[in-house]
Design a protein around this ligand. Structure first.
Ligand code: HEC
Length: 394
């Protein structure tokens, strides 16, 4: 501890503080209770779901906290079945911000002083490389991560410590494509009924795969689902099918879902509204691209109301231009919607002043962004009845 202080500890966390069960974490020295600070640490494989011998993967650590001003982390890779045993090899790929430390036969990667990014708010990300063992028989790997979302005081006091882990299976190389469901609703509200959402996924291939699923609130922050958490992984056997059910618990909560779909995995979302005395209503949500810059849907406002969920799945702020046209192609109105990174808004189209002219007409609505991305789901209402309108993306 004395040596740590002399050395200037914020130059890197000491080995053995990554939150492996039976080992330490940052709260060995830093004050506070793990995972209670209102933020979180996440760990993910970049463009991969499983690992395969001979193919190194980039492992990304993302630490976020609305109040933090300085950042630090530590990661280690272990055998999932016996976490005292190291698995594979960790290597630094960003030597300006990260460094390797060794404790006995165990490897850790932690921040360097520059990697603590003093004065940076909201979040911090570090990438490291992990080279898998030579044989898939080594089994699943678990990455243990501890993060310190610090207050930049230069001391161990007042920081927020988070831990998490990710297990990746040994298996066929699986590349995943992130896809989003712009509509997630669960819980109850007087007048709006009770809501439930489910995600169905199916593996069309002959090998087992895993599908990571993440939940986000309308403001883009991680959304904690009762009994599931902010993220889950669906394991699908060859030709297998799985479901994630988001129960009707608590007050009405809206948001969106991201799933990383390995090649050959298909699926969709379902959302349901239950109003007592009425038949349940359900709508389908197709998986949308996270990179498309436009979407068009067809509307009929002669006897229906058209609502939309508009999501910015990208990590930059966007301005969505919404252009409504009548059945002859003439422009009825143009509205713009500013959407921060990872944010989603749901509204009735004609409630926007520029789009009141849609009332009584049929036609199309075009959503476009010049940079970033946009994903849209339409809803067609008649009183308490509704169905979804599937947009065409480009
Ligand atoms: C052995 C005790 C010890 C452990 C374990 C420890 N720290 Fe620290 N840490 C300190 C001390 C002492 C300071 C303040 C002195 C300094 O900055 O060197 C500090 C400061 C920091 C700071 C700067 C804080 C600020 O508000 O400016 C960061 C970031 C940090 N530690 C990250 C971590 C992370 C991440 C872990 C766990 C993976 C961790 N530390 C584990 C002792 C420890």
């Amino acid at each position: 501890m004395a040596a740590e202080s002399l050395w200037g500890h914020s130059a890197g966390a000491p080995a053995g503080a990554a939150g492996v069960p039976g080992e330490g974490d940052c709260t060995d020295c830093h004050t506070g209770t793990v995972n209670s600070g209102g933020g979180r640490v996440q760990v993910s494989l970049v463009n991969a779901v499983n690992w395969t011998p001979g193919t190194p993967v980039t492992v990304r650590i993302t630490l976020s906290d609305p109040s933090a001003q300085r950042w630090g982390f530590e990661i280690t890779a272990r055998s999932a079945s016996n976490p005292v045993v190291p698995l594979g090899t960790l290597a630094v790929i960003d030597s300006a911000n990260t460094q390797l430390t060794i404790g006995g036969n165990l490897q850790f990667i932690t921040h360097r002083t520059a990697g603590t990014r003093p004065g940076t708010s909201a979040s911090s990300t570090w990438d490291v490389r992990w080279t898998p063992p030579a044989s898939a028989g080594a089994g699943d790997v678990t990455f243990f991560v501890a993060g310190n979302a610090a207050n930049n005081s230069g001391t161990e006091a007042g920081d927020h410590i988070y831990t998490t882990s990710l297990t990746a299976a040994a298996g066929a190389p699986t590349t995943g494509t992130p896809k989003v469901l712009p509509q997630l609703a669960f819980g109850s509200q007087a007048g709006a009924g009770a809501w439930y959402t489910a995600v169905y996924v199916h593996n069309t291939t002959g090998s087992p795969v895993q599908v990571p699923v993440d939940f986000f609130g309308a403001d883009g922050s991680a959304l904690n689902i009762s009994g599931i958490g902010t993220t889950t992984t669906v394991s699908l056997s060859a030709k297998g099918t799985g479901i994630v059910e988001i129960p009707n618990v608590g007050p009405l909560t809206q948001g969106w879902i991201q799933a990383t779909l390995p090649d050959g995995v298909i699926g969709y979302g379902i959302f349901r509204q239950s109003v007592s005395g009425n038949s349940d209503q359900e709508g389908t949500v197709p998986f949308s691209s996270t990179t498309s810059t436009g979407a068009t849907l067809v509307f009929d406002e002669t006897a229906f109301d058209t609502a939309v969920s508009v999501l910015n799945p990208s990590s930059v702020n966007v301005t969505v231009t919404i252009t409504a046209r009548d059945d002859k192609g003439a422009v009825l109105g143009v509205s713009t919607l500013a959407l921060g990174a990872k944010r989603r808004e749901a509204f009735v189209l004609k409630s926007r002043p520029e789009l009141t002219t849609m009332q009584g007409k049929r036609g199309s609505v075009d959503f476009s962004v010049s940079s970033g991305a946009v994903a849209v789901l339409g809803l067609r209402f008649k009183g308490l009845s509704f169905t979804s309108i599937l947009p065409t993306e480009r």
